[in-house]
Design a protein. Structure first.
Length: 319
C-alpha cells in the first residue's frame, strides 16, 4: 500500500486510506446516529417517491421538484453513509483511487444539482404566490423537466474542471485522508501541490454557485413573506410564515456550514481538520433526512395521499 513516501519523492497513489477521526468514546454513538439518519432518509424519501408516483393528482410541477430532491437525497446518503459506517465498525479504510474519485464526483455533483434545484423550487413557489395567473404558462411539465436537465448540465461544468485538476495532484508525504469519505478539499490539503490554485477554484465555485442560488432563494422567500403581510387573515399569515421559516431553516442548515467550509480555505483562512470535517459531514448527510419532513410531510396534499395509500381514506381538507 502506498501510504507514505520520502519527503522529496512524489508518488501517484493507487489508493487512499480513509481515516475517520472519531474518538473511541463516541464511536458507537456515531455509528448509531449514522444508522438512524440513513434509515430515516431511506424510509422518508422512498415514501415520498412512492406516494408521488402512485398518485396522479401529485404529478404537478411542485411535486416533480420534490420527487427529484428525494432522488438526490437517496443517492447522496447511499453514496456516503454505508461506507462511513463500515469504516467505523470494521476499519475497511483502503479505497482504490478510481472508487474514491467516483464517490467524490457524486458528492460534488449532487451538491451542485441540489443547490440549483432548491433555487428552482423557491422560484416555483414565488411564481405560484406572486404571479398565480401566469403560473400555468410559466411552470409546466416541459419547463420543469428542462430546468432539472439544466441543473445537471450546469453541474457538469465545474465537475469537468475537478476532473482536470485531480490527475495533477501528487502525494509525496501520505495518502491518508483524515475524513470519513473521499473529499476533494481534503485531497488537496494532503497533496504536495501548490494549494492556492486548487482551493481557489473550490472557493470560487462555492461562492458563485452557492451564494448565487442562496440569493435567489432568499429573494423568492422574501417576496413571499412580503406578500403574506397583505393577507388579512392572521391564520393565513401564520401558515405562510410557518412554511417560509421552516424552508429557510433547512436551506440554511445545508448552505451555511457547506459554504463556510468550502469558501474560507480558498481565501487563506484554514479551518481545523475536525471543524472542516464536521461542517462538511453535517451539511451533506443531515438535510437529506430532514427534507422529506419539511417539503413533503407538512403538505396537506401529501398527507392526504399518504393516508389514502395506507388506509384508503383521505384526511379532512382544511378550509
Amino acid at each position: 500500500m502506498e501510504s507514505t513516501a520520502m519527503r522529496n519523492e512524489t508518488i501517484f497513489v493507487s489508493e487512499f486510506v480513509l481515516h475517520c477521526e472519531v474518538t473511541s468514546q463516541i464511536q458507537s454513538f456515531t455509528v448509531v446516529a449514522l444508522a438512524i439518519i440513513y434509515l430515516v432518509t431511506i424510509v422518508g424519501n422512498t415514501l415520498v417517491l412512492l406516494v408521488i408516483i402512485l398518485n396522479h393528482q401529485l404529478h404537478s410541477p411542485m411535486f416533480v421538484f420534490i420527487a427529484t430532491l428525494s432522488v438526490i437525497d437517496l443517492l447522496n446518503n447511499t453514496n456516503l453513509i454505508p461506507k462511513m459506517m463500515a469504516l467505523l465498525l470494521f476499519d475497511t479504510s483502503p479505497v482504490p483511487y478510481g472508487t474514491c474519485v467516483v464517490q467524490m464526483f457524486l458528492v460534488y455533483h449532487l451538491q451542485i444539482v441540489e443547490c440549483f434545484l432548491l433555487a428552482l423550487m423557491a422560484c416555483d413557489r414565488y411564481i405560484a404566490v406572486i404571479h398565480p395567473l401566469r403560473y400555468p404558462q410559466l411552470v409546466n411539465g416541459r419547463t420543469v423537466w428542462a430546468g432539472i436537465l439544466l441543473c445537471n448540465i450546469l453541474s457538469g461544468m465545474p465537475m469537468t474542471v475537478y476532473m482536470i485538476f485531480l490527475p495533477e495532484l501528487s502525494f509525496c508525504h501520505t495518502n491518508v485522508l483524515p475524513i470519513c469519505f473521499c473529499d476533494y478539499g481534503t485531497m488537496v490539503h494532503i497533496s504536495c501541490n501548490e494549494k492556492a490554485k486548487y482551493l481557489g477554484f473550490l472557493s470560487t465555485n462555492a461562492t458563485t454557485i452557492g451564494l448565487g442560488t442562496l440569493a435567489i432563494i432568499l429573494f423568492s422567500y422574501g417576496k413571499i413573506a412580503h406578500a403574506a403581510l397583505k393577507i388579512s387573515s392572521s391564520e393565513g399569515k401564520g401558515k405562510v410564515f410557518d412554511v417560509v421559516v421552516t424552508h429557510l431553516l433547512v436551506v440554511l442548515l445545508y448552505y451555511l456550514p457547506l459554504l463556510t467550509a468550502l469558501i474560507l480555505p480558498g481565501i487563506g483562512i484554514n479551518l481545523l481538520t475536525e471543524t472542516y470535517n464536521t461542517m462538511i459531514t453535517i451539511s451533506t448527510i443531515v438535510p437529506p433526512m430532514i427534507n422529506p419532513i419539511i417539503y413533503s410531510f407538512r403538505n396537506m396534499e401529501m398527507k392526504n395521499a399518504i393516508k389514502k395509500l395506507f388506509t384508503g381514506k383521505r384526511t379532512t381538507q382544511q378550509p
